[in-house]
Design a binder for this molecule. Structure first.
Ligand code: ADP
Ligand code: MG
Length: 470
């Protein structure tokens, strides 16, 4: 048996107004090439970088959230290499003194979190290579985990949690498909307890699902290779989404090749001298964190952990649910009912549509729907149909239910005629019930429910049937 080991390296662009070392706009939505540029991010000779405070602050906030050790002394380093997308011939990064060391997220120990600048974007099209410098110099956070992950699912969970944390902090949008978050998975397998195998780095992974699939693929590939007597070579592989397999890109260069040395054009930072970066200020700036929110759901709404995880899995969903909770005045029973409707009925509707768009759904209207269910004005069937219509076109649940005849009829007279009709039609079952067969009563209630098109309250219908049948 070969045991897999995985360590992740994740880059995330930070959502600051300006770039890491100049005042060019940081706008990942800009589609025109080479608009957000200046002599600094184009690496014109004689220009000088200036540190973006907000980028430093965001990394320190994230470091605080994950319980990492924040640096006191920190500096930037030059990482030298040649590529058309790195006009200076080096990237300003951090090496010996990262902003954050240690910490833990989703049960995975972190090695470090540091700050660097993004590269330009190379575009290869029509036999030509073009470079767009809009991305050059965008603040890029790099987070490295310890090699402590042993299965693909944990790696996927970690990456999702990091995205959620970045969004919760407002530090970044971290959309994978936009390249705002890039995940590299280091994978090795080993037979010997406590010993690591040779690791392979997998890049170009474009979704969380692909993170899991690429890792699973590598574990299989390496295991098979070793079982057949081969050896794993240390290399960088890409993920081919179409073929669902990894492929060789290049053999890995050692870190000494980069000739790191402290960036002479930037000041070294002593963070304790900067009051806005004090641990107290950073801590006070944190919103409710994803795991705190989930714990609150379990505690205040009496939810299972998996249900709390579902509700807290995206900011939109959590914000919606929190607004519903407020509208329900924090009543635990109503909250549990609301959670249940979000997790099963609403999720079912979105699964059918193939996209979760909470926009047309007003939290107040949803809360009202829950109250209609709780007061038995809507059956669960009626609530489902009403909810589907609310998702489709918004609106007030009571109006929608009324319009579609979905409200439960409590009115004894209206239900009375339904019951009379059923008794007239079902002479056989009526006879059986009168002869002592209890199951026939349930059958008659069912018929009456159907007759009332689900609008009849079953308890009420049963009461009326018993009254009439003596
Ligand atoms: P390198 O010097 O090649 O960059 P590092 O030691 O800096 O390697 O680790 C880079 C990443 O690879 C980290 O996320 C780390 O957890 C992971 N890693 C290191 N060794 C292994 C291994 N044997 N198997 C899987 N991942 C590993
Ligand atoms: Mg390294």
């Amino acid at each position: 048996m070969y045991r897999p080991t995985i360590g992740l390296e994740i880059h995330a662009e930070l959502k600051t107004k300006t770039k890491m070392f100049c005042d060019s706009a940081n706008d990942s939505d800009e589609s025109r090439p080479n608009v957000n540029i200046c002599p600094v991010c184009l690496a014109h000779p004689g220009t000088l970088p200036v540190i973006n405070r907000e980028a430093v602050r965001q990394v320190l906030r994230l470091g605080t959230a994950v319980g990492g050790r924040l640096a006191d002394f920190t500096e930037f380093d030059r990482k030298s290499y040649f590529y058309p997308d790195i006009p200076k011939g080096y990237q300003i990064s951090q090496y010996e003194h990262p902003l954050v060391e240690g910490g833990e997220l989703a049960g995975v120990a972190l090695t470090r979190v540091h700050l660097e600048e993004d590269t330009a974007r190379s575009i290869h099209a029509g036999g030509k290579s073009l470079v767009d410098f809009n991305r050059a110099g965008i603040p890029l956070m790099e987070l490295v985990t310890e090699p402590v992950i042993h299965d693909a699912e944990t790696a996927g969970r970690f990456a999702r949690e990091l995205q959620l944390l970045l969004r919760t902090l407002g530090a970044g949008d971290a959309n994978l498909e936009k390249g705002e978050m890039r995940i590299e998975a280091n994978v090795s397998v080993s037979k010997e307890e406590g010993k690591f195998g040779t690791k392979v780095e997998v890049k170009n992974i474009n979704s969380f699902r692909s993170v899991e699939r690429a890792i699973a693929y590598e574990i299989k590939r390496q295991t098979k290779l070793l079982e057949e007597g081969g050896t794993v070579s240390q290399e960088t592989r890409g993920w081919n989404e179409a073929k669902q397999e990894t492929f060789h890109q290049r053999f890995k260069e050692g870190s000494a090749d980069y000739r790191y040395f402290p960036e002479p054009d930037l000041p070294k930072l002593i963070l304790s001298e900067l009051p806005e970066f004090s641990h107290e200020m950073l801590r006070a700036s944190l919103p409710e964190l994803p795991w705190e929110r989930r714990a609150r759901y379990v505690r205040d709404c009496a939810l299972k952990e998996s249900d709390a995880a579902y509700l807290g899995a995206s900011l939109e969903r959590a914000t919606f649910f929190d607004a519903v909770a407020t509208a329900l005045g924090g009543d635990v029973q109503l909250l549990a009912l609301a959670a249940n409707y979000v997790i099963s009925d609403l999720a079912g509707i979105y699964a059918k549509i193939g996209n979760e768009n909470l926009a047309p759904l007003d939290a107040g209207a949803f809360a009202k729907l829950i109250r209609l269910v709780a007061t038995l004005k809507l059956s669960s069937r009626g609530a489902k149909d009403t909810l589907a219509l609310m998702v489709e076109r918004g609106g007030d649940p009571e109006d929608i239910a009324k319009e579609h005849g979905l409200l439960q009829v409590h009115d004894a007279e209206a239900l009375g005629s339904v019951v009379d009709a059923v008794i007239a039609e079902e002479a056989k079952a009526v006879g059986e019930y009168k002869g002592g067969k209890q199951a026939s009563l349930q059958y008659l209630v069912g018929k009456a429910m159907k007759e009332s098109k689900g609008a009849g309250n079953p308890q009420e219908l049963q009461k009326l049937l018993i009254e009439r049948l003596g």
